[in-house]
Ligand binder design. Structure first.
Ligand SMILES: [Mg+2]
Length: 230
């Protein structure tokens, strides 16, 4: 029986693409106020949709013939990471989280990512309403990001649960499941529409025990099969 359900945030509880869109809008608004209103937003999104992940701001500023140096780029990255995102939990997830927390299950989050950005996402998604504990690995620094097992061990001992009573749900085959697998937790992968960059061909220790195409479906599976609620 599962007693502690632990989630990743990005592309597990909400679509990270929505965060990217929201961040590009914030940077677009800033650039428009300084350099005049041009088509920054669509250019950012076009580059992102083409698969570009590095230097998108440099590319677009060059394209728009705007002179810049590294301090301008740092400013834009800062705006992106500090912006208050327009993101939300999917409705089916909200309903399911309410249902399992009402049933007395413990809900937690273990998430990587820049601390300030993750804190803004947590506020926007109102995660404190649903989760007993939220562990942000960046609080201790980059080396504590997954696949480091530190926060997984901490979560397990904080709630005094046995590994066989814990499940971790994430979307990144490269780092999310290794620490949970090492500790003997059950692991579930979510293959979402936008994480096509993730390589699903990994060795067993990195792979989830099961995968689904949406988090709502995964939780419903756990409920319907008596893993969470009997
Ligand atoms: Mg993720």
């Amino acid at each position: 029986m599962i007693e502690l359900i632990v989630f990743d945030i990005d592309d597990t509880l909400y679509s990270e693409y929505d965060y990217v869109v929201s961040g590009f809008r914030a940077v677009h608004n800033y650039l428009s106020s300084i350099y005049g209103n041009k088509d920054y937003f669509n250019k950012f999104l076009y580059a992102f949709n083409q698969g570009t992940r590095q230097n998108i701001f440099n590319l677009v500023l060059n394209d728009q013939n705007i002179q810049f140096d590294v301090s301008v780029i740092n400013k834009l990255v800062g705006i992106y990471r500090a912006h208050t995102p327009k993101i939300s939990l999917k409705k089916d997830i909200t309903v399911l989280l309410e249902r399992i927390s009402t049933d007395g299950k413990i809900l937690a989050v273990i998430s990587d990512g820049y601390l300030q950005s993750q804190q803004k996402k947590i506020e926007a998604l109102k995660l404190c309403k649903y989760f007993n504990e939220i562990y942000l690995t960046d609080e201790l620094g980059r080396e504590y990001w997954k696949p480091n097992t530190y926060y997984f061990e901490k979560c397990q001992s904080d709630f005094e649960k046995k590994p066989e009573n814990i499940v971790y749900l994430g979307d990144n085959w490269g780092k999310d499941f290794l620490p949970a697998n090492k500790l003997g937790w059950f692991t579930i992968g979510i293959k979402s529409d936008h994480n096509t960059h993730i390589n699903y061909q990994v060795s067993d220790e990195y792979a989830p025990k099961m995968f689904f195409y949406s988090t709502g479906t995964a939780i419903r599976y756990l409920i319907d099969n008596g893993y969470i609620i009997k």
